[in-house]
Design a protein around this ligand. Structure first.
Ligand SMILES: C[S@@+](CC[C@H](N)C(=O)[O-])C[C@H]1O[C@@H](n2cnc3c(N)ncnc32)[C@H](O)[C@@H]1O
Length: 212
């Protein structure tokens, strides 16, 4: 089935969210965001964050890191840009409008690529993963934090039933961990090194070899 891209719809949603996103999500998402950022920083200094939004995660990176942030929404990026200036986040080297499925970076440019609370919003997550893979150095990690559902968990049918409702507000309830770990296994070049527990999960996929 062809994937339909409603990127304009996504931009409209986040043009509105930009105004109050931090107030709603700053505390709620801090634990998984800090965990994901720490894992990314452990890989090396050159880090790409996809769907960086208002830049909630940016203060969590070490000052030795060199972070680039990409997002579909200019309105969200404007808030992030303000944060960088006001908090003197000099480790942030660039914020740019970019689709997760078409990254404008050269191959094997980054030590880590992180995507936080965005993969479930992308119409073609496997294409976004393929792009993360392309720009990631061998030995590096794709670090994803999101609301993800355990496969075969007791509540899986409940979350699946809620999916249409949640989709209306842009929050996935039926995106399974195995969609990420299965992609990693199929490449033959990634190992799943961590799947966190809890409502919001952090998944780490390590690239063991170059695509060749
Ligand atoms: C729920 S917010 C998460 C923001 C940030 N990562 C955080 O953890 O606070 C989702 C962000 O993903 C962005 N986004 C959605 N689809 C995208 C895509 N295809 N490519 C890049 N960014 C996208 C939205 O514009 C929004 O800023």
């Amino acid at each position: 089935m062809p994937v339909t891209y409603d990127l304009e719809g996504q931009k409209r949603v986040y043009a509105t969210w930009a105004k109050f996103y931090d107030k709603v999500y700053q505390r709620m998402l801090a634990r998984p965001q800090r965990e994901a950022v720490a894992a990314a920083c452990a890989c090396g200094p050159d880090i790409l964050e996809i769907g960086v939004g208002t830049g909630l995660t940016l203060p969590y990176f070490t000052r030795e890191s060199r972070v680039y942030g990409a997002d579909l929404s200019l309105d969200m990026l404007k808030v992030a840009n303000r944060k960088v200036a006001e908090q003197h986040l000099d480790h942030v080297r660039g914020l740019m409008v970019m689709d997760a499925c078409r990254l404008g970076f050269q191959a094997e440019r980054f030590d880590a690529v992180t995507a936080q609370f965005v993969i479930t919003l992308v119409p073609d997550p496997e294409q976004a993963l393929a792009e993360m893979d392309r720009v990631l150095k061998p030995g590096g990690e794709i670090v994803i934090s999101s609301r993800l559902v355990d496969d075969g968990g007791l509540l899986a049918p409940f979350w699946a039933g809620l999916a249409p409702l949640a989709k209306a507000v842009g929050w996935s309830t039926d995106f399974k961990v195995s969609r990420l770990t299965g992609w990693a296994a199929r490449t033959g070049r990634y190992e799943t090194v961590h799947v966190g527990g809890g409502y919001f999960k952090v998944v780490r996929l390590r690239k063991t070899a170059s695509a060749g």
